[in-house]
Design a protein around this ligand. Structure first.
Ligand SMILES: *[C@@H]1O[C@H](CO)[C@@H](O)[C@H](O)[C@H]1NC(C)=O
Ligand SMILES: *[C@@H]1O[C@H](CO)[C@@H](O)[C@H](O)[C@H]1NC(C)=O
Ligand SMILES: *[C@@H]1O[C@H](CO)[C@@H](O)[C@H](O)[C@H]1NC(C)=O
Ligand SMILES: *[C@@H]1O[C@H](CO)[C@@H](O)[C@H](O)[C@H]1NC(C)=O
Ligand SMILES: *[C@@H]1O[C@H](CO)[C@@H](O)[C@H](O)[C@H]1NC(C)=O
Ligand SMILES: *[C@@H]1O[C@H](CO)[C@@H](O)[C@H](O)[C@H]1NC(C)=O
Ligand SMILES: *[C@@H]1O[C@H](CO)[C@@H](O)[C@H](O)[C@H]1NC(C)=O
Ligand SMILES: *[C@@H]1O[C@H](CO)[C@@H](O)[C@H](O)[C@H]1NC(C)=O
Length: 508
């Protein structure tokens, strides 16, 4: 990328030299490759990176581990839509995982897909490869079925529907491919790995650089591990952190309603889920290793950026909520971000406040494509080159938005039929409801670390935390904090809830 700028600046006056530089016939390609690995529901706070030892070594230790990466909505389809658009939910309007909430809907396909970064990369000479989970409603008949291949992708292996490991359908460049449950042929994480390796093998890198998005089902439910890993982590338990099995009476309605302490059956289920999630991650770790080895084999490792992150965090027993995301707390909104690539020094930790909406602008910026004004996020590229940590000027606040889901029928808990609740466990502790609808402003700087949230429910409930003093968000200080500060945060929230593009990036 630096090479391109240099050649156009230096050689413009010397036409012949310029011609030579701009049309290289052999040697290094002018642009870097990018591989973007997106996991599904991988937390950071419950230790989600611990089992990923090869990933930490091959990506994090070879580059930057970001310690303050957040998503702007703790739910798959809204967060993935933010990753693809570089926009907050109130600008792309994908509110939840259903078609009625615009997840992969026809209006999303028409209004957003033609302008996304894969289209721009492809127009700028990139081969673009996708494999895995796209958006939860992708491939459904009513929105074009498997024939619909989002524009810009030259090689498409899109999972129909939500994450699973076996018994699924893929759209392979618009053609249905059905998979059963033979480990060798069908295990989805491994299939993504094999196809990614094959794609890298067959690239003519002197002709076209490539962008790849590898979106694993792991560690999402149903948490099905590869057979060789099914006995791992037998002695591990979900972390008993300070919010585990706590009944927090000063929180919003849904949390107050959770049975606490949790029944022992729920706790065993939580521990099983924790182990099963880690087992599925061992296949993700293999995928990362296979991809890095293949890049090395074709001499492209030093010309490729690799990003590793997740669409949202996760909780297991925090505030006695058994297992899910969709809450405003850090465990659901903080995710890992590891980045390696040309010009990035190894073994760095960076503490800037970075977001899922920063990824699309970063991919464009890395490839020399101007970042459009409609993006709410900021390019991370300036952070890749410097050594200075904790740069407060990068960002000091962000918005978190969630519109609660409501299901008419709740199979597990028929008593809640038509009550506007969703995602209930076998003890009818529900993780979502129509009025679990909130906006938060998250402030983070070297001196301040606050979260302020307003609910759209009958109570107009407010939660506020000082995470420097209370990192586990145990005490809601909305009623005890300085009212002037509370009202300042409320105004900041109102402003961010309407922001667009540059106005989302102002630090206050
Ligand atoms: C879905 O997206 C379209 C186009 O962006 C928008 O007009 C519509 O209001 C959205 N639906 C919802 C429920 O927000
Ligand atoms: C896959 O589907 C087959 C046929 O319906 C079923 O017998 C099998 O149990 C399923 N496998 C998994 C892992 O769900
Ligand atoms: C639940 O487990 C705890 C700790 O193992 C034990 O002390 C308690 O008796 C159990 N409760 C029931 C109702 O089994
Ligand atoms: C990248 O690696 C290849 C092969 O390992 C080597 O030939 C090339 O000089 C390296 N390029 C850079 C920019 O380090
Ligand atoms: C990335 O963006 C910055 C700021 O807009 C710009 O100065 C830089 O040239 C961009 N990088 C490339 C490779 O275009
Ligand atoms: C980064 O550190 C190296 C040496 O550790 C130094 O040479 C370089 O100038 C620094 N770069 C920046 C942007 O501070
Ligand atoms: C998803 O969002 C749309 C638009 O707000 C809403 O009409 C729909 O009921 C939501 N779906 C669920 C399952 O709550
Ligand atoms: C939230 O919705 C539920 C179910 O409709 C209702 O019972 C409860 O009172 C509501 N709570 C608030 C604070 O709005």
């Amino acid at each position: 990328m630096a090479g391109k700028t240099w050649s156009s600046q230096v050689c413009l006056p010397f036409f012949i030299l310029c011609f030579y530089f701009l049309f290289p016939t052999n040697g290094a390609p002018s642009k870097p490759n990018i591989i973007f690995i997106l996991t599904d529901d991988l937390d950071i706070q419950l230790g989600g990176l611990i089992p990923l030892t090869k990933t930490k070594q091959l990506i994090g230790d070879a580059g930057i581990t970001f310690t303050n990466m957040f998503v702007t909505s703790p739910l798959c389809c809204p967060s993935r839509s933010s990753i693809l658009t570089g926009q907050y939910v109130h600008n792309h309007l994908v509110w939840n995982n259903s078609l009625s909430g615009n997840c992969s809907s026809l209006s999303w396909q028409k209004k957003f897909e033609p302008t996304l970064f894969p289209v721009k990369l492809n127009k700028n000479g990139y081969k673009t490869f996708f494999a895995g989970k796209y958006l939860n409603q992708y491939g459904k008949e009513s929105v074009g079925g498997v024939q619909h291949v989002p524009p810009g992708w030259t090689s498409w292996n899109g999972l129909v529907g939500n994450s699973v490991y076996y018994n699924y359908s893929l759209s392979v460049n618009g053609v249905l491919e059905s998979h059963g449950d033979s480990y060798k042929a069908d295990y989805l994480t491994d299939l993504i790995s094999r196809r990614a390796v094959k794609f890298i093998q067959h690239q003519n890198i002197n002709k076209n650089p490539f962008f790849m998005m590898l979106a694993t089902p792991a560690p999402h439910s149903p948490f099905t591990s590869a057979p060789q890993y099914s006995k791992e982590f037998a002695n591990k338990k979900a972390p008993r952190d300070k919010s585990f099995n706590v009944h927090s009476k000063d929180k919003h309605w849904l949390v107050r309603k959770a049975a606490s302490p949790m029944p022992n059956t729920t706790i065993s289920f939580i521990d099983d889920t924790f182990r099963n999630r880690w087992k599925t991650l061992l296949s993700v770790d293999d995928l990362v290793e296979n991809v890095v080895k293949q890049l090395d084999a074709v001499g492209q490792l030093n010309n490729t950026y690799i990003f590793f992150t997740s669409d949202n965090g996760y909780h297991l027993g925090q505030f006695s909520l058994s297992f899910d995301k969709r809450q405003l707390y850090d465990f659901d909104n903080r995710v890992p971000l590891l980045v390696r690539g040309p010009g990035i020094k190894p073994k760095q930790q960076r503490h800037e406040f970075v977001l899922n909406i920063d990824l699309a602008p970063t991919f464009l910026n890395l490839t020399g494509i101007p970042v459009s004004n409609s993006m709410d996020g900021k390019s991370l590229v300036p952070l890749f080159q410097g050594n200075v940590t904790n740069e407060p000027k990068f960002r000091q606040n962000c918005l978190i938005e969630h519109k609660g889901e409501a299901h008419v029928e709740i199979r597990q808990c028929p008593q809640y039929k038509n009550q506007g609740l969703a995602t209930c466990d076998s003890n009818c502790v529900c993780e979502d409801s129509w009025n679990n609808t909130y906006g938060c402003v998250r402030q983070l700087s070297p001196t301040e670390n606050f979260k302020y949230c307003e609910f759209e429910d009958q109570d107009h409930f407010i939660e506020m935390y000082d995470l420097n003093k209370d990192p586990f968000e145990l005490t809601n200080i909305a009623s005890t904090a300085d009212p002037k500060f509370v009202s300042q945060l409320s105004q900041e929230l109102a402003k961010l809830s309407l922001c667009k593009g540059k106005s989302c990036q102002e630090t206050t």
